[in-house]
Design a protein around this ligand. Structure first.
Ligand SMILES: CC(C)(COP(=O)(O)OP(=O)(O)OC[C@H]1O[C@@H](n2cnc3c(N)ncnc32)[C@H](O)[C@@H]1OP(=O)(O)O)[C@@H](O)C(=O)NCCC(=O)NCCS
Length: 178
């Protein structure tokens, strides 16, 4: 299975040890983490990298580390993952993204996500992808829409990892078919 993808501006690749520090900084940035329950500690950020690596080892694909072709800067992740919680739409494969703040607003998430979804359908022969976020994460929802995903409010769900009254519990679900 392909272990990297290239777009006009991005290399999507397996993670490197040198990504960890920059990923820790991103996950400790309140702007990046606005729609998540908490900032991540360095150890929690590293655990996410470990999980991403394990996902590639186990399934042959996963959340790619994203780097800029022009200067090899690590900018975040764009890729696939299998959600490991219970919800009505599961089993499913999720397409997701998280970029360092300084790289927002240049179409990079959309560019990477388009390549990832093409790869999911053509190389991995998946039939469909999902993506989800809280209703207020308009930037992320816009990326979902730009890559052709659609939202049916009947699919919206409460994230089981968050307590009943948590303000981030409600999620919108988007789908993309092959
Ligand atoms: C979501 C995220 C990856 C988007 O990255 P990006 O490279 O800036 O995305 P793009 O530039 O490809 O597209 C962003 C779109 O959102 C739009 N947008 C930006 N701010 C917005 C806002 N406040 N309200 C509505 N739309 C907004 C942009 O205009 C753009 O749409 P357009 O091309 O139609 O103009 C980035 O903001 C991020 O990492 N956020 C924090 C982590 C996160 O929330 N991840 C998703 C969890 S589900």
């Amino acid at each position: 299975m392909q272990s990297s993808l290239q777009t006009d501006r991005l290399l999507l690749r397996r993670w490197r040890e040198s990504d960890r520090l920059l990923f820790q900084r991103m996950n400790a940035d309140p702007r990046v983490m606005e729609f998540f329950p908490a900032l991540l500690s360095s150890a929690e950020s590293d655990a996410l990298v470990d999980r991403a690596q394990a996902h590639f080892d186990r399934h042959g694909y996963g959340p790619f580390a994203a780097e800029l072709l022009e200067n090899q800067a690590f900018i975040g992740f764009i890729g696939l993952s299998i959600p490991n919680f219970g919800a009505p739409f599961i089993p499913a494969v999720e397409v997701g993204w998280r970029l360092a703040f300084e790289y927002w607003g240049q179409g990079l998430a959309t560019e990477g996500a388009r390549a990832v979804s093409r790869y999911a359908f053509s190389e991995l022969s998946l039939d469909s992808l999902v993506s989800f976020t809280v209703p207020g994460n308009l930037r992320s929802r816009r990326v979902m829409e730009k890559i052709g995903m659609t939202h049916d409010p009947h699919d919206d769900f409460d994230h089981p990892r968050l307590p009943d009254a948590h303000p981030l519990r409600r999620h919108v679900l988007y789908r993309l078919k092959r």
